[in-house]
Every structure is written in C-alpha cells, then in structure tokens.
Design a protein around this ligand. Sequence first.
Ligand code: GLA
Length: 406
Amino acid sequence: MKASTEGIDPSEDFSLEELIHRHSIAFRERFGGPGDGRLFFSPGRVNLMGAHLDYNGGPVMPMAVHNGTFIAARKRTDSLLRLATTFGVETHELELERLPESASGGWVDYPLGVARALVSQVDETCGLDILFGGNLPIGAGLSSSASICVGTAFALDQLWEAGLSPEARVQAALWAERSFVGVQCGIMDPFAVGYACPGHLLWLDCKDESLEHLPLDFSEVRVAVVDTKVRRQLALGAFNERVAECREAFERLRVHSAGATCLRDIPQRVLDSHRDELSPATARRATHVLSEVERTFIAREALVEGNLSLFGAQMSAAHRSLAENFEVSVGELDCLVHAALEVDGVLGSRLTGAGFGGCVVVLMRAEACEAFGAHMTEAYRRDYKQTPKMWFFEGDAGPREIPIGN
Ligand code: GLA
C-alpha cells in the first residue's frame, strides 16, 4: 500500500482517538450516505524472542502493539462488497457470491482472502462498504498484513453476526495470507494479533500451537521499536529463501533424528556431527534456529523469574546470530542495535520481523527512556543522515470495536 496525500499519513503523530475520528470522516467522504458505519481496530505486533522460529516449529514471544489497522464498515442491503483504503483512491467492487479465485497482487488481496475464507462458513452474509486505513508502517516488520487480515476477520464476524471463535478468525487470516495471497509465512503473526493481551507477551509454541500470556512489568521496563525506514523490495524473496534453506537442513538432518517433525526437534549433537552434509550457508541457518530455540526457552525462564537482564541478554545474542548465522541484518539495523546497547539501562536489542530492513526492538529500564531517544537519533543521523522513527509499546488488547464518537 502506498501513502497518498488524501489519506492518513502513517508517519504523522496523531493519537489513536484522533486517527479513529478522522477515519470515520474519511469513510463518510468515500462512501457517502448516513454516517452509521461501525469502527474496528486491529493491532500490529513486535516479536521479542524466537526469530525465524515459527516456520521451524519453535517457540516465539511476540507482543501486540497499539499501532495498527482501522476498519470502518457499513452493511448494505444488497450483496456487493466494496473495499477501499485511505492509502489509495480506487474502490474494489465485488459480488459476494462471485469472489475471485486468485489474488490480483494488490493490497485488496488480504481482506478479500479473508472474505473468501469466511463467506462459506457463515450462514447469513450481506454486502458491505469497508474503508481500511491505519498508523502501522507497512513492510517494517510489525506485521501490517496480519493486522489487516485478523482485523478483517473480526469485523466481518461482527457485521455478519457469525459468532466465530478467535481460533476461526485466526485460521481465516492464515488461510488468506498463505493460500490466497501466497506468502509462506509461519503462524506467529496472526496468533500474536488475534490472542493479544495488554501488558503481556504471548508465549506461542509453534509446534503444537499451545499458548500462554506472560506478564511483563511495565512499571519497571519499556519496549521501544525503532524504524530504520529501510524497505527492501527483495525482502520477500530472501524470506522465502530462508524458509527453503531451513527446510533443506531439516530434510538432511531428520534421517539422523528419529521422530523429528521439524527443525526445532533436531538435537544440537546431530547438527554438530552431520554439519558436513549441509552447505555452509544451510549449516549456519540451522545453527541459528537451534541456538534461538535454546535462547527463547532461557528468555522465558528469565521473564517468569523476573530476571530481565538475562532476558535482554538473550535478545542481544539473538541479534548476533541473526546477523552472522541467519544473515538477515543490514547496516542500518546493526547501527541501531549497537547504538541502543550504548545507553545506560538498556537490557537488550535486536532486529524484529523478518529482517533485511524494518525495525529493531529494544528492552530497557524505564529510567533509560529519555537518554535513549536522543542517543538513537544522534547515532542514526551520524551514520545514515536520517532521523529514525520511534515508538514505546506496552502490549495491546487485540482486535476490537471502537465506539463511534469516543
Ligand atoms: C516474518 C513472518 C513471520 C516470522 C518472522 C520471523 O515476519 O511473517 O511469520 O517468520 O518473519 O520471525
């Protein structure tokens, strides 16, 4: 999606209330008629531990963030689905009974995929006018795609009074991304959005899909996300390449590990003794995955015991492995990760999302906040002549309806 002057510019700093208010006005301007639409919000997510583990069956520790997707929608009396975004001028019009079989390559594929997943599951549907927008940077590693997909599933569920479970909404979002849009993503992002809980990290074991909410004490710590503003066109190709390399590592090592069903199950000693059966790059990818599984379990234990320094140390070690073994970092990310660690009170710092650009996530003691902002800006301006974008997040409540007028 591209920002346009007629839409909401995600780089501007408006409060959530102001953005929602603007979004309902934009809806009325776009679709006309009486302003009786409903408004929904769906968060993005930041991942603190378990980098590139979801598609390897490992554990992950993401947190939903209070920047996300805005959805304004109104029921129609016919069966027409009209979809528009504040980031562009076109409106897509489709008949609910004749939704397209394949994706078109645009932003509309995401909500359309969700509509396709749900239309066959819901007894009584009706046409809808829907306007999407939001304040989540797109392609920055904060999962704008899961935000729009899970948000659409939530909005359609409410508008069609379908009574879907959170599982059904998350599965519809996953189907849209994997089977309709065609991205071989793991399960982390829609789960992080769909099962969000404020003040908590989600512990998700991607092998059996079991999950738990683990509290993070926000009176003591802060989670910052800093955007390099680097967006790589090649990121999707490079992501799929990593997925393929991990699959290859698993295929070659599974013959030495009875019962293993994913790369996460391969014991370290098997990788150590059969490393020469893998290409050097594939061996490095497997090294990252197995060490990240171990770090993520240590981080979980540290969080439960309140040892946040140990948690932070796992984040920083994860970044080193992402840079050296998984090779998904870039100079801009390394610059921000290292600059963060120079600030007193910073506990850990690493890239978040797939890498190749996007954002870093930083855990710090609350009192480090002030010095942090100034130092990051100085370091990034010095090395890259740019001002980075920064947010502090405390975990979001997940997809919800926002009362109009508030
Ligand atoms: C992307 C994918 C996720 C996950 C991360 C890396 O964000 O969408 O499923 O694989 O990369 O942890």
